[in-house]
Ligand binder design. Structure first.
Ligand code: SAM
Length: 189
């Protein structure tokens, strides 16, 4: 993906309750153009291993990291250091926000962004520190849907057409059924 780095930060992860939907958030992040997936709340090395296994097979291994203090992380990201010693831009996905398609053209693209996805309870500081609080419709729905629609609008068409040079399994688009090339097997033959 071209452009500045895109981080996705998932707040308030709960082991035992959230693995499936959080794995889906990470898979959507990888497939639709994020560079890093950050998880706050419980730690879950097993989930990170599963994500890494997807990256090993389908390419595009995404950096995954656990964040202990998400509000502290966010404050530092927007005020001091987005990874290069300069502030970044945080965009919080919330059903209370302004329409995302209206906000996107106003968001600067010359700095890394962090897309913040809420969990069971979103601390008030997240609204305060995020430069943008954006809604994908002002109705409660799914964080996975909100993230996918946001990343699609942020990157444009190229988001869903992302491919990875280091893929070992490559799906060739087909209107009739499954067509998958397994490079490891082809190299053996
Ligand atoms: N019960 C939680 C609360 O009271 O904050 C919200 C649960 S919701 C499924 C989890 C996350 O999904 C939210 O924090 C937000 O990031 C995202 N989300 C849900 N609906 C959204 C919408 N309409 N627009 C943007 N994000 C949304």
């Amino acid at each position: 993906m071209t452009g500045e780095r895109v981080d996705v930060l998932r707040l308030g992860y709960r082991l035992g309750r959230d693995p499936r939907i959080t794995t889906h958030l990470a898979l959507v992040s990888r497939a639709l153009g994020a560079d890093r997936f950050l998880l706050s709340g419980d730690e879950d090395p097993k989930m990170f291993e599963n994500l890494s296994s997807v990256g090993n097979r389908f390419g595009g291994g995404m950096e995954c990291e656990h964040v202990k203090g998400p509000v502290r992380w966010l404050k530092r990201f927007v005020e001091d250091d987005a990874g290069d010693g300069k502030p970044g831009v945080a965009i919080h996905l919330t059903m209370y926000g302004e329409p995302f398609r209206e906000a996107i053209p106003r968001i600067r693209r010359d700095r890394p962004i962090a897309v913040i996805v809420g969990g069971a309870k979103v601390p008030g500081e997240v609204f305060k520190y995020s430069q943008y609080n954006v809604a994908v419709g002002n109705q409660p729905h799914s964080e996975v849907a909100a993230l996918a629609l946001f990343l699609d609008a942020w990157h444009g068409e190229s988001a869903s057409e992302r491919t990875f040079d280091d893929a070992r399994l490559i799906i060739d688009p087909s209107a009739n059924g499954k067509s998958v090339r397994d490079l490891d097997r082809l190299e053996e033959e």
